[in-house]
Design a binder for this molecule. Structure first.
Ligand code: URP
Ligand code: ZN
Ligand code: ZN
Ligand code: ZN
Length: 477
């Protein structure tokens, strides 16, 4: 603050929160929101936001950056390109994963990812840990210490050979999370069912990328979702079912909610904007690998169910599950590699989407009248902040909150094009989609970091966010 008043005043925009919208000015000093009023005088920097929406910065709570693959393929985004892509997509916080390799300590995993992130974050970041080796030492010693320090959420996998936990291990992890007040995110797909289906398909010579979608059947996702819910009920702990793909797992979540169980749910752009048919490529060819992710996109019936769930509160959060691979890349490093051409089971799972998450949900959801503006803000910013212990420092336009703000042009219409994105991948699965509603300016702690299609901040000024214990600080969602 100085004699001239606030550092920044954003004038005349429509401020949108998870519950309200109104035209007002918003003032920022020292990186915090200091005033919201009909008319605010002065300001060192002044932004005319007439005709624009003033939104809390997007929080993408499910992002994979710089994760080690172990099979020769490499992730197309490190922390630098991944967070640049994030701010260009209207986000101010991303939550990537710190992956524990089997045999590795959890502490070491967290330190490794801090080293990867150091000095490279254009947005704020906070890690979820991935637990692949839940030894008594990890759950009894390391986890409690890390949770106390502010690493308060982690993810477990019910499939993938190198990460899968069996039921006994899942129960132990859930129990530790209950004791420590942390929150577990569950990748719910039944491993044995997927392996069985994979073998059957391969025996029939059905090895093209498309058959990934058949191997990862919705039935296997539904079964694992129910199993995770049952285990969580037994232990009496809330869980988050991440990247829910369709009607059948949703029905399990609704079943749990009717019984009063605290089961939170996330869905992602691929489940509203893609279907399994996209995995067919041009003619069952390898182009389909561009859309291979787990769970796979389903069909139009599931898309309709997902929209209903986004409206009615079945879903709490909408994240990208950004997990970028090159399609080509250097020899053997992309999805298109010699082994992947022999079977879908070797195609790296994951698609890029941190930059297109907000535009896709806005355009398909708000612009087409399927969800309200307030719901858009709740799903993409406010609820992730509440769920993961960042609220109200993040996810809210209130006095005292961090001045993380996205100015949004609801009228701007332009297609998604690989050439205008900032991610490291060499393609986008959403190429050519016409989008109405784009971020035009991203403000991090009061500083404009992205404007008019360009990253304007010369330095990576993002901070690491330590978080509160979700099960203690979580406000109602
Ligand atoms: O296919 C996907 N989703 N890859 C990323 C890892 C995960 O399971 O979230
Ligand atoms: Zn000043
Ligand atoms: Zn997953
Ligand atoms: Zn993921």
């Amino acid at each position: 603050m100085s004699a001239a008043g606030p550092d920044l005043v954003i004038r005349g925009g429509t401020i949108v929160t998870a519950s309200d919208r109104f035209v007002a000015d918003l003032a920022v000093t020292d990186g915090k929101i200091t005033q919201i009023a009909r008319r605010i005088e002065g300001g060192h920097e002044q932004i005319d936001a007439t005709g624009l929406l003033v939104l809390p910065g997007g929080i993408d709570a499910h992002v994979h950056l710089a994760q080690e693959q172990g099979d020769g393929t490499v992730m197309a985004d490190d922390f630098s390109s991944g967070t640049r892509s994030a701010i260009a997509g209207g986000n101010t916080v991303v939550m990537p994963f710190a992956l524990q390799r089997r045999g590795q300590s959890l502490r070491q995993a967290v330190q490794d990812y801090h080293a990867l992130a150091e000095g490279k974050c254009w947005s704020d970041v906070s890690f979820h840990m991935i637990i692949t080796d839940p030894t008594p030492q990890v759950l009894g010693q390391e986890l409690p210490a890390l949770v106390r320090e502010g690493y308060t959420s982690f993810k477990v996998f019910m499939t993938y050979d190198d990460m899968v936990l069996n039921d006994a291990e899942l129960l132990e992890v859930f129990d530790a999370s209950r004791r420590e007040g942390a929150l577990v995110m569950v990748h719910a797909e039944g491993h044995d069912a997927i392996k069985f289906m994979t073998r059957k398909l391969e025996e029939r010579g059905q090895t093209a990328p498309y058959f990934h979608a058949e191997a990862h059947a919705q039935i296997a996702e539904r079964e694992a979702t129910h199993r995770a819910i049952s285990h969580a009920q037994l232990v009496d702990v809330p869980i988050v079912i991440v990247h829910v793909s369709g009607r059948e797992p949703m029905e399990q979540i609704q079943w749990a909610r009717r019984r009063g169980l605290r089961v939170f749910a996330e869905t992602c752009p691929q489940y509203i904007a893609l279907t399994a048919d996209d995995l067919k490529g041009l003619n069952m060819d390898f182009e389909g690998a561009k859309y291979v992710c787990s769970p796979p996109p389903r069909d139009s019936d599931s898309q309709a169910a997902i929209w209903q769930g986004l409206r009615d509160g079945t879903f709490d959060i909408f994240s990208s599950d950004h997990c970028p691979f090159y399609f080509q890349g250097e020899q053997g490093t992309g999805k298109d590699n010699a082994r992947a051409r022999t079977s879908f089971k070797w195609v790296p799972n994951g698609i890029p989407g941190v930059e297109t998450r907000l535009p896709l949900l806005f355009s398909e959801g708000v612009s087409k009248g399927r969800i309200s503006l307030e719901r858009f803000v709740a799903l993409t910013s406010t609820n992730p902040a509440k769920l993961y212990g960042l609220y109200p420092q993040k996810g809210a336009l209130v006095i005292g909150a961090d001045a993380d703000i996205t100015l949004w042009d609801p009228e701007r219409t332009a297609p998604i094009m690989q050439e205008s994105l900032h991610h490291g991948a060499d393609y986008t699965p959403f190429e050519g989609r016409m989008i109405t509603g784009w971020p035009v300016r991203t403000i991090l702690a009061g500083r404009t970091v992205f404007q008019g299609g360009e990253i304007v901040e010369p330095e990576a000024k993002g901070r690491y966010l330590l978080r509160g214990k979700p099960l203690e600080v979580m406000p109602p969602i």
